[in-house]
Design a protein around this ligand. Sequence first.
Ligand SMILES: [Cu+2]
Length: 503
Amino acid sequence: MNSIRPSSRLPGLLLAALALAAAPAFAEGPSAVVGPVHLPPDVAALPVEQAVLASPPHVPPPITRRTPARVVVNLEVKEVTKRIADGTEYTFWTYGGTVPGSFIRIRAGDVVEFHLNNHPSSKLPHNIDLHAVTGAGGGAASTFTAPGHSSQFTFKALNPGLYVYHCATAPVPMHIGNGMYGLILVEPEEGLPPADKEYYVMQGDFYANGAYAGGGLQTFDTPKSIDEHPTYVLFNGAVGSLVGDNALTAEVGQRVRLFFGVGGPNLTSSFHVIGEIFDKVWLEGGNRVAQENVQTTLVPAGGSTIVDFKVEVPGTFILVDHSLSRAFNKGAIGMLKVSGAADRVVYSGKEVDAVYLGSAAEAGSVAAKRQDELEQKIAAEIKANPAIAGLAKEVRIEKGKQVYMQNCFACHLPSGEGMAGVFPPLAKSDFLQADRERAIRIVLKGLSGPVTVNGQTYNGVMPPQGEVLNPEQIADVLTYVTNSWGNSAEPFTVDEVRKVKGE
Ligand SMILES: [Cu+2]
């Protein structure tokens, strides 16, 4: 963990970094190495502790000591390629290998010896600005670290609260936009009130050089970022990172605490949990409860909140940014699954959330898994046997099912049966199966006016999907609906869709 003198060893990278920097004051480059701090005897005498870091959605255990310590934090920067959406990967830059980065938990009054280690496989220098730090750049100037190097600095945690940390290397929006942020909790001296479950969730906006779930490997798109037009708005770095098998869990009667932050780089969050009310909100991540009984709490970019709520009834509770296009079209959805006995006085009806979204996202993630399995099968089949047409169709169907579960099921229902008199059925629909081009046109351009499906007349409005779905997604969803629930047809091709689209 030796300090290095980056200015003498890294001329190439430095020039590159400085050239990129069009130098706003907070985009920190390297600063001179000033040598180890002289700790006064009372600080030098403090017990030394290695910080336990946790990966999202988990947090380290509460701090039980009631006296300060010298805490050593080791955080590793790693550039990794991981799933961002079904069938789609992204090159993330991370603290600790995850988005958001490792959760750091310390206590007010602690003196922290912070080590930032940039993995040798990294392509770029990085640093860290911790909002919990009192000092220029929040540590950024002292931690500018080249690949394969390690920087060290010391700070005293003066203010309790929940703080964002992030990379401040130029171009800063790109480093943050690639996932370089996380949370550091500075517990008040007396600790936080106890909770049964504590979770770590961060929202971020991602600007990809491709469409939402567009497939393949995506990277950061600077013009989209400058225009603040994100491709994804995500909880914990991927579509579905908190749904299905990955959902947060709790039991009836427990007190749940969410440490929620927004990395940005640009958007704020209207953070809401569908079907729950925040009993307590530590507004803006400050150190006291500022409000009780809150439905939606606003969290700024580079800010945080702590929310507590007791779960009284079982069910699936959906975490969203209540700017809902981000939830429904860009990925900002998570789930808290609460198990236990129902309390029919508190809540008696059928589980609306489960139909509304829950089962959809779960069915979606099952479909995603199935898609992956099938794709692996195809790869194996291609090697052994060129007869792969049947499997290819199955993949299209599974992909189409995911599109359906996001865009169609709300009206036509997961069973494809529609709703009598309101939404026509797709299952065994004579109308659907009679004319392929018409089916494509309906999905692309919508439909209104009277139609007769299986002898029943409908006169509603189906919104056009051509703006939301690309031709491949439309071909997939039509392949799915024409090969499900007793329907059967040849797969729809992207060319067929393009032809109708170009009319
Ligand atoms: Cu960085």
